[in-house]
Design a protein around this ligand. Structure first.
Ligand SMILES: C[S@@+](CC[C@H](N)C(=O)[O-])C[C@H]1O[C@@H](n2cnc3c(N)ncnc32)[C@H](O)[C@@H]1O
Length: 194
């Protein structure tokens, strides 16, 4: 059983606030997105359902079967759009498929050594010119001695990882956040080169 599946089965899902990410909701309300949208690490479905309600054709992906089950129970309208699977082992049929990938607390959940692989997976799934829209957890304020997840991601680290393959087109500290995450996240949108 994966670490994440165990968390869901044990009820250790402190990250799940029962609602979409406020900065993501704000950004996509101001800049509506349509077309094919992939939400990796969708958890129990709040972000995916929000984007689907805005009119996007959303696929929610999660490695934890219990998360996928709960997402389908929370949002029955999403049930046919949820996939249990590994971001690092996407089907070949998803190459160049998505208009947008929406990131929220998946990148900070994976080990830092896998970040280049995350970039490669997202790059492969996006069509040329497609965008990676993310709420990046810059400073999770970890307790002393706790290394994560969530793993912090400094803007310079994001530049290093994504800059070669994507153009940065939006970058700001959002005014809205879940309680307790104020000032600790960043909205960044990257456009796939080529
Ligand atoms: C911190 S949780 C965030 C869930 C959701 N985005 C939210 O904010 O409620 C990270 C999620 O990423 C999923 N995940 C971790 N590694 C993954 C992988 N390699 N492929 C797909 N999902 C993964 C976990 O199962 C978990 O649901």
């Amino acid at each position: 059983m994966s670490h994440w599946e165990k968390c869901y089965q044990d009820g250790d899902t402190h990250w799940d606030r029962g609602a979409p990410s406020p900065p993501l909701a704000q950004y996509t309300t101001e800049h509506p997105i349509g077309g094919l949208v992939l939400v990796p690490g969708c958890g129990t479905g709040h972000d995916a359902a929000f984007l689907a309600a805005q009119g996007a054709d959303v696929t929610g992906l999660d490695i934890a079967p219990t998360a996928v089950e709960r997402a389908a129970a929370n949002y029955p309208e999403l049930a046919g759009h949820l996939v249990e699977g590994d971001l690092f082992d996407l089907p070949q049929t998803w190459n160049d498929r998505f208009d947008h990938v929406v990131e929220h607390t998946c990148f900070c959940a994976i080990p830092p050594a896998m970040r280049e692989a995350y970039c490669a997976a997202v790059h492969r799934a996006l069509r040329p010119g497609g965008t990676l829209i993310g709420v990046w957890f810059i400073n999770p304020e970890l307790d002393p001695g706790h290394e994560g997840p969530p793993f912090p991601s400094a803007p310079e680290e994001l530049d290093r990882i994504f800059g070669q393959h994507f153009d940065l087109i939006t970058d700001y500290v959002p005014e809205t956040a879940y309680p307790g995450r104020e000032g600790r996240e960043r909205v960044r949108v990257w456009r796939k080169k080529g």
